[in-house]
Design a protein around this ligand. Structure first.
Ligand code: SF4
Length: 367
């Protein structure tokens, strides 16, 4: 089906120094011995899987890659070095309190050219509530440290709809984020996951109306500040969109490596084991899901409509050998009639109204 060769690699590092109370990702509290065993398994995974070395993007996420100590971080970067030679974008996720001067120097030395920093909020009370162990001053120092080592391109993660968060708190966080002049911002609305500490302790996110007001406020403010709202939750200035995440939104193939990572190659989506113990024993242990053509058409549509420019119809045809108009003729006509979608010869994309109601549109496509 999809004949494109993956040119994007995601690597999952499942360690964090502390566990945030909203988190149910694949992560565990860092221990030096476990991290050494994990890196040995990752090394084995790389030698067995033989990824293409002609990659365009690498994204190292987690967990917190910078929770590794300096020796381990260097080992990780050495392992990735053969794949990083040609990449245009090499991102590492960072928690502000875990980036020492030495780690920043290592990232720069090995060609990392983009950082994604978990700022979340600048409100000390909210950070404490989420069990995040940094302050806004740490975020500031972290960006300065990166810049000192030549890593200018950084993105900030911001969360909203947090328990007890007021509009005023949100406004201050947005202004504080803007004061650092990031090239990119990603928004996350809190969802309370059953397996997170918040879920277990019965915390609740804010009501839907406040959540929508907060989202609208951030979008307006960031656009006013000159950021392009290029994906439902992502903003960039000076053309610095996330190249790696665009691979997901364009439904292109990508490799996933490391405990708990997911990847997609052709019509197979795979999830590597989330159990660190299993991964250390067998780093190839994974679950494959073979996607039907219908599932792939829908996933491609769902991901692409998150982008402002929507779905590229020629790319869709190249990937699947069928036109999106033939697959969803009636649904597209109906959504265009309702003023939710625009359908041109080249693209299918949401109107402003449709973008705000994207989930509703997608339900109509499933139906
Ligand atoms: S730093 Fe990220 S991965 Fe780690 S616990 Fe917090 S939210 Fe989860």
């Amino acid at each position: 089906m999809n004949a494109e060769h993956p040119d994007a690699l995601y690597v999952h590092i499942p360690f964090c120094r502390h566990i945030c109370w909203y988190c149910d990702f694949c992560r565990t509290v860092y221990s030096e011995a476990q991290a050494d065993a994990f890196l040995a398994a990752l090394d084995k995974e790389f030698s067995l899987r033989k990824f293409s070395v002609q990659l365009d993007t690498i994204y190292v996420g987690g967990g917190t890659p910078t929770s590794l100590n300096e020796r381990q971080l260097e080992r990780l970067l050495q392992l990735l070095a053969p794949y990083a030679r040609e990449v245009r974008e090499y991102t590492v996720e960072i928690n502000p309190e875990t980036l020492s001067e030495e780690k920043a120097a290592l990232l720069a030395e090995y060609g990392v050219n983009r950082a994604s920093i978990g700022m979340q909020s600048s409100d000390a009370g909210l950070l404490k509530l989420m069990n995040r162990r940094h302050t806004f001053t740490d975020v500031q120092s972290c960006t300065e440290r990166l810049q000192r080592h030549g890593i200018e391109n950084f993105s900030l993660d911001l969360m909203y709809s947090l328990p007890g968060q007021t509009m005023k708190m949100l406004e201050s966080s947005v202004e504080d984020a803007l004061s650092l002049n990031p090239y990119h911002l990603s928004l996350y609305s809190l969802s309370i996951e059953e397996n997170s500490v918040f879920g277990k302790r019965g915390y609740e996110a804010l009501d839907e109306e406040t959540e929508a007001d907060m989202y609208e406020y951030i979008c307006r403010r960031l656009q006013q500040a000159g950021y392009e709202h290029y994906e439902t939750s992502n903003f960039a200035r000076d053309g610095k969109r996330s190249l790696h995440n665009t691979v997901y939104w364009q439904y292109r193939d990508f490799y996933g490596a490391g405990c708990g990572a997911s990847g997609k190659e052709g019509n197979v989506r795979y999830d590597l084991t989330r159990s660190l113990k299993e991964y250390i024993q067998d780093p190839l242990k994974r679950q494959d899901t073979v996607l039907t053509p219908q599932e792939q058409y829908f996933e491609a549509l769902m991901m692409s409509l998150r982008l402002r420019e929507g779905l590229d119809k020629a790319r869709f045809f190249r990937m699947f050998g069928v036109s999106i108009d033939d697959v969803y003729r009636d649904e597209i006509a109906e959504e265009c009639r309702r003023g939710m979608l625009v359908n041109t010869d080249e693209r299918l994309y949401c109107t402003d109204r449709g973008w705000n109601l994207l989930n509703e549109i997608l339900v109509d496509f499933i139906a």
